[in-house]
Structure formats: structure tokens, C-alpha cells
Design a protein around this ligand. Structure first.
Ligand SMILES: CC(=O)N[C@H]1[C@@H](OP(=O)(O)OP(=O)(O)OC[C@H]2O[C@@H](n3ccc(=O)[nH]c3=O)[C@H](O)[C@@H]2O)O[C@H](CO)[C@@H](O)[C@@H]1O
Ligand SMILES: C=C(OP(=O)(O)O)C(=O)O
Length: 436
């Protein structure tokens, strides 16, 4: 498959598409299956690259992974696990950050784990210090080798009391995946409570875990001796839904998204409405459309759940280039998530980046050298350009910009978009986009 796409833009996206399970849950649920002594079944699994990557990782560890793309069912048999070395893992991990989450389950099941350098989108430094601190507190010994980190747990893993300095999604998942089989009680303060984490907790509970979540971002786990497999249907990918909804807005289109779930989209729907987009929540999804006339400029900051999620920011910014007036977007989760706006500016958008926190919240990046606030002045007509995709969401945003722009754009490096957007080429065609 070629790695670039030609987009003849300027036409509204119109039609219906279906969104399946969330990338940011499915990969973790697949890892959770490692904790079970019997096979698991995960449903509503999308055919995206991250699922292939995690499938390969689990197979390297001796697991049986059988994915039926059409039904979206994945059968995971992790009864005969084995050790795999860092080099093999690195070769198969691709651009995924998932290997770090294998540590707890592998330490429980095999007594050792190994992780190579991590991938993931380059939208900031993305350190793993929270993960390592948690694993060490549980009793893991971490050694640095030439090919990555080697972890062992000579005395087993014992429950901990931990407070996160920032509610990291990955670190919260690390604690869940390790704490469920650790001896005794584990508590976490300042936990992340994203819907994907709640779905992971539900999955672990089905497996036999005892986990409670309080309203104050605290989690308590009572460690159990063994867990069994699960049968679970993944929640919908709210990032994919927000991305296509933003594409509908930016192209003055009308898109019905089957599978979209209101309960995971609350903050996005509020913002979509404030910008001037319209939506209708239906039995089996949500319809999003541009009602005509001008869109409204807004002030927005990204935040951990229940705030406006950072992964919605990039697609929405493209729509904001078409809103009347000055929009302000303050990115508080990643220090470097506005790189994609360079291409928008090359296409005619007016976007200024600032080091200051342009929002009512002072964030971790305020007094440092990160251009993490953006002022977008609109509406500006976008013109076609040749663009290179920088990262997953930035890449989808470039695609939206090309669809909204008059003329023919070439978007290169689109393979990365397959990490998180199932069959996006087919969906574009279904929505009437002129793409080759
Ligand atoms: C596969 C997956 O689920 N990816 C999602 C996950 O990423 P991920 O789990 O990597 O994101 P985190 O919530 O951990 O990161 C949030 C912030 O914490 C910092 N941090 C994180 C870990 C650490 O050890 N030290 C540290 O400083 C990060 O640099 C970042 O600034 O949550 C993010 C925030 O909702 C989403 O944008 C990603 O799509
Ligand atoms: C940042 C993202 O993912 P990852 O953590 O897998 O790089 C994303 O999904 O936008």
C-alpha cells in the first residue's frame, strides 16, 4: 500500500461511517489477558496497526491470538506464556508504547520482563519515570541492559500506597495491571480516570479483581491470588469519533457516526456546540454537522478526564481555522503538540504559538521553553499543499486540512494514521471525499 494520498479538497464530507473499539483501551485489555489463567475474548476490536503490534508482542510471549476482523472478536489464549527477549520485542513493538505495560503481568506470570526503547507519538518527551517508580515500589528490580530494561521480582510483588504527581493514564494502568495480583492492598491517589481506564477496571473486575474507584481520583485494589479470562466488549473510540466530527465541521459537512457513545464524549460535545456545530445523539451513534453560516471562535484548554482530551485538540484546531475571530487553545497534557500547525500555516491558516499558559490554568509547561498555547485567527481559506504527516493525530488533522482546502494536496507518511484509524481510506471514500 502506498504511503501517500492525493486529496482533491473543498467538498463537504457527507455520509455514514462506523467506529469500533478504542485504541487506547483495546491494547491494554489485550495486555490484561496475560493476567488470566484461562482464555479471554475481546469484542468490538478495530483493525488498526496498534492491535497488530500488540498481537505480535503477545505471540512472542507464547500467547495464542486469533482475530476475526469482520466480527471484531479477538480470542486470547495466554495459558502457555514464555519469556521473549528485548530485541524481538523492539522489532515488533513498532511505534507502540505498550511494552511498558507488559511489565507487571509478565513479572506476575514469568518472574521477569524486558522492555526496549518505547515508541508512541513524538508529541513531547514522554518519559517512563512514573512507571519505573511504581514497578520498583511493588518490588521489581530494574536493570539497564544494552537492549533495554530487564525487570525481575525476586521477592514477588507486594501492594503499595502511591500518589501520582500528575494523573498519567499509562502510570495508572501500570498500577492496575500490577496491583491486581500483588500481595495485599494497593492504593493510588491522583489517578487518571479516563473512560478507557474505567473500561479496563471493568475488565479486570470480570477477571476476578477487587478494585474500587472513589470520586476523588483515588483507587484501591485488594490483591487476589489468581485471575481468570474475560469476555468483554470494548467501549467506542471517542478520539476517532471526535476526529471525524471535526472533519465534518471543517469541511462544512454532515457525518453520521455509528457506534459513537455520548457518555464518553461529553466535553467534546459541549465544545462542538459552542463552536457552532450541531449534533444529534441517536440510538446507535451520533450525527455531526455544520449548520451553515459562521463558526464561533472559542477559548479551550486540554486536560485530563473529565476535561477536553488532548487527542481531540489537533483535529479540532483545523476546524477552528474556519471559525470567525480569535480562538485560544492551551495544551496542558503534552508540551509539544502544536508542531502540526506548521503545515496548516503553510496552507493559509493563521496560527501563532506561545510559550505562556494562555488559559485560566497554569500548567506544568508554563515557565519553560515549550510553545504549548496557540492563537488561531479565522476564518482563513485553506489552499492545497504537499504535507508530511508528523504523528497520528497530527496526521489525521493534515488530512482534514487537505479535505477542507481547495485544490489537490498530497499527504505523505499516512501509514502512521493506520495506528489509530480503522480503514480511514474506505471511510473517506464512503463520505464522498475525492482521494487517490
Ligand atoms: C496508548 C494510550 O493510551 N495513549 C494515550 C495515553 O498516553 P500515555 O499513557 O502515554 O499518557 P500519560 O497520561 O501517561 O501522559 C500524560 C503526561 O504525563 C507525563 N508522564 C507520563 C508518564 C511518566 O512516566 N512520566 C511523565 O512525566 C507525559 O509526558 C505527559 O506529559 O494517555 C494520553 C493522555 O490522555 C493520550 O494522549 C494518549 O493517546
Ligand atoms: C498519543 C497517542 O497515542 P500513543 O500514546 O499510542 O502514542 C494518540 O492516540 O493520540
Amino acid at each position: 500500500m502506498t504511503d501517500s494520498i492525493r486529496v482533491h479538497g473543498g467538498e463537504p464530507l457527507r455520509g455514514e461511517i462506523t467506529v469500533r473499539g478504542a485504541k487506547n483501551f483495546v491494547s491494554k485489555a489485550m495486555v490484561a489477558a496475560l493476567l488470566g489463567s484461562t482464555p479471554s475474548t475481546l469484542r468490538n476490536v478495530p483493525n488498526i496497526r496498534d492491535v497488530k503490534v500488540v498481537s505480535e508482542l503477545l505471540r512472542l510471549h507464547g500467547a495464542g491470538v486469533d482475530y476475526n476482523v469482520e466480527s471484531g472478536e479477538i480470542a486470547l489464549d495466554t495459558t502457555s506464556l514464555q519469556y521473549a527477549d528485548a530485541l524481538q520485542i523492539a522489532t515488533h513493538a513498532g511505534s507502540s508504547r505498550i511494552p511498558i505495560l507488559l511489565c507487571g503481568p509478565l513479572l506476575h506470570r514469568l518472574g521477569e520482563a524486558v522492555i526496549p526503547d518505547l515508541g508512541g507519538c513524538r508529541i513531547g518527551d514522554r518519559p517512563i519515570n512514573f512507571h519505573l517508580e511504581i514497578l520498583q515500589k511493588f518490588g521489581a528490580q530494574v536493570e539497564e541492559g544494552g537492549d533495554g530494561l530487564h525487570l525481575t521480582a525476586p521477592n514477588g510483588l507486594t501492594g503499595i500506597a502511591h500518589t501520582l504527581s500528575y494523573p498519567s493514564v499509562g502510570a495508572t494502568e501500570q498500577l492496575l495491571l500490577t496491583g491486581v495480583l500483588a500481595k495485599g492492598i494497593t492504593t493510588l491517589e491522583n489517578a487518571a480516570v479516563e473512560p478507557e481506564i474505567k473500561d479496563l477496571i471493568d475488565t479486570l473486575q470480570k477477571m476476578g479483581a477487587i478494585i474500587s474507584v472513589d470520586t476523588d481520583r483515588s483507587i484501591t485494589i485488594e490483591g487476589v491470588e489468581t485471575l481468570h479470562g474475560y469476555d468483554h466488549t470494548a467501549l467506542a473510540d471517542r478520539i476517532e469519533v471526535g476526529s471525524w466530527a471535526s472533519a465534518a465541521l471543517a469541511t462544512r459537512g454532515d457525518v453520521m457516526i455509528h457506534g459513537a457513545q455520548q457518555r464518553t464524549m461529553g466535553m467534546f460535545l459541549n465544545v462542538f456546540r459552542k463552536v457552532g456545530g450541531e449534533f444529534d445523539v441517536r440510538q446507535d451513534g451520533i450525527r455531526f454537522w455544520h449548520p451553515g453560516g459562521d463558526l464561533n471562535a472559542i477559548a479551550l484548554q486540554t486536560d485530563v478526564h473529565p476535561g477536553f482530551m488532548t487527542d481531540w485538540q489537533q483535529p479540532l484546531v483545523v476546524a477552528l481555522t474556519q471559525a470567525k475571530g480569535l480562538s485560544i487553545v492551551h495544551e496542558t497534557v503534552y508540551e509539544n503538540r502544536f508542531g502540526f500547525t506548521e503545515a496548516l500555516v503553510a496552507m493559509g491558516a493563521e496560527v501563532q504559538l506561545y510559550r505562556e499558559c494562555l488559559g485560566d490554568k497554569k500548567c506544568r509547561f508554563g515557565q519553560r521553553n515549550f510553545r504549548h498555547s496557540a492563537v488561531i485567527s479565522g476564518p482563513t481559506p485553506l489552499h492545497a499543499a504537499d504535507i508530511e504527516v508528523p504523528d497520528l493525530r497530527g496526521g489525521f488533522s493534515h488530512l482534514i486540512a487537505a479535505l477542507a482546502a481547495k485544490g489537490t494536496s498530497t499527504v505523505s507518511g499516512i501509514g502512521i494514521i493506520d495506528r489509530g484509524y480503522e480503514a480511514f481510506r474506505d471511510k473517506l471514500t464512503a463520505l464522498g471525499a475525492a482521494v487517490e
